[in-house]
Write a protein that binds this ligand. Structure first.
Ligand code: ADP
Ligand code: ADP
Length: 225
């Protein structure tokens, strides 16, 4: 079963006047990192939003592990973890509380072991009692990833995970994403950095103005472009 299968996806906004995604099809295979590479406005975030059911497709289907997300959004939400571009800036809760609170969203009331595992893995354990505003940019990014992983999802969606991040932190994040893939997670990431697609992705789809321009093995595609 494919972690993600998108078929003829179209999405328009403002009564059809804005065509954000114009009939797109692609899959994410088990255990691969698939990249959607494209400039701002290409439709990357819209695609992520239809997978998470935040936006409803205008037509076409999105299936996660064989199930149409429109028909069973709760199933979908349990299978996927999402790292959005925006960083939460909760002034009230500390790092550990945020992860505990987010676990509750999935009905996980006894998730301390998983949370501590993720805190260790993402080098956040010693910062677990800090509020978000006391964290560095890198720590905030890592917290967003930990938050996406509390329920042990099988498909991870990363929306421009390293936008506006310095090169050292970017390389740390790349290493971490590769570790997740090596542990068997399937990953969809969006990026506008050619180098990021080149370093990380097994396959890549290049998109522009809502259409898939080319799709294939990263090495073959980068050679052509
Ligand atoms: P409206 O026509 O009232 O802006 P929309 O349905 O078009 O309503 O927009 C819904 C939400 O999407 C709004 O909160 C708006 O801020 C946001 N939005 C609108 N245009 C864009 C855009 N070009 N890119 C990203 N988000 C947008
Ligand atoms: P990307 O993530 O690649 O930058 P988006 O999916 O955010 O692309 O946007 C694709 C297109 O759809 C853009 O032209 C954007 O302005 C438009 N768009 C995105 N969200 C909305 C919205 N809520 N309302 C109206 N237009 C939108």
């Amino acid at each position: 079963i494919l972690p993600l299968e998108i078929t003829d996806l179209r999405k328009t906004y403002r009564g059809g006047t804005v065509e954000a995604v114009k009939g797109m099809s692609f899959t994410v295979k088990p255990g691969e990192i698939f990249g959607l590479l494209g400039p701002n406005g290409a439709g990357k975030t819209t695609i992520i939003s239809t997978i998470t059911t935040l936006e409803k497709p205008s037509s076409g289907t999105v299936k996660v592990f064989g199930v149409d997300v429109a028909k069973d959004p709760m199933f979908t939400k349990r299978q996927i973890g999402v790292v959005h571009q925006e960083i939460i800036n909760s002034g009230f809760f500390d790092v550990e509380e945020i992860l505990t609170f987010h676990s509750g969203y999935y009905g996980l009331r006894n998730n301390k072991e998983r949370i501590h595992f993720l805190l260790e893995k993402l080098s956040l354990y010693e910062h677990r009692h800090k509020k978000v505003k006391q964290l560095s940019g890198g720590m905030k990014r890592r917290l967003m990833i930990a938050k996406a992983l509390v329920h042990n999802p099988k498909l991870l969606l990363l929306d421009e995970p390293t936008a506006g991040v310095d090169i050292r932190l970017r390389e740390d994040l790349w290493k971490f994403v590769q570790e997740l893939r090596n542990e068997g997670m399937s990953i969809l990431l969006t990026t506008h950095y050619l180098e990021e697609a080149q370093q990380l992705c097994d396959r890549v789809g290049i998109i522009n103005l809502g259409s898939l321009v080319v799709l294939g093995d990263t090495k073959a595609i980068i050679r052509e472009y």
